[in-house]
Design a protein around this ligand. Structure first.
Ligand code: ZN
Length: 123
C-alpha cells in the first residue's frame, strides 16, 4: 500500500515535469517575433501569433513600398514596388533565424525568439 503511494506520487511528479517542459516549448514557440528593420534600424517587432499587416514606405525611411503580412504564425512580403521582387518571391518564414530581405529598399524581416530578443537589448 505504501509502495503504491510512492509510485503514485512519483508518477504525478513525472507528469508535472512533462507538463512543464511542454508548456515551455509552447511558450518559446509562441514567443517568436518578426523583427522588421529599415536601413539597419529596427522599425517594428511583430508577434507571429497576431495576424497583422504592415505597410512600409518612404514616410518611415524605406526606399520604396513594402507590404508585410503576418498570418497564422508566418511572415511574408505580400507586395513591394522594388525592381527585383526577390522579397516577394522569398515566400513565408516562421523559424528563428529565417529572413526576408528587400535589398533595393533596405528592408529586412528576421524571425527571432523572445530569448534572443532579450540578448539584443543587453547588447
Ligand atoms: Zn523587394
Amino acid at each position: 500500500m505504501k509502495k503504491n503511494d510512492i509510485i503514485l506520487a512519483a508518477s504525478f511528479v513525472v507528469v508535472a515535469i512533462i507538463c512543464a517542459i511542454f508548456i515551455q516549448v509552447v511558450i518559446k514557440k509562441a514567443g517568436n517575433v518578426a523583427v522588421v528593420s529599415i536601413d539597419g534600424q529596427v522599425y517594428k517587432e511583430l508577434s507571429l501569433n497576431v495576424n497583422t499587416k504592415l505597410e512600409i514606405d518612404a514616410a518611415v525611411g524605406a526606399d520604396g513600398y513594402n507590404f508585410i503580412v503576418i498570418e497564422n504564425g508566418y511572415a511574408y512580403m505580400k507586395d513591394a514596388d522594388c525592381t527585383d521582387k526577390i522579397c516577394v518571391h522569398q515566400g513565408r518564414i516562421s523559424k528563428v533565424g529565417e529572413t526576408i530581405v528587400c535589398l533595393p529598399h533596405k528592408v529586412v524581416i528576421e524571425i527571432k525568439g523572445k530569448n534572443t530578443e532579450l540578448d539584443a537589448v543587453v547588447q
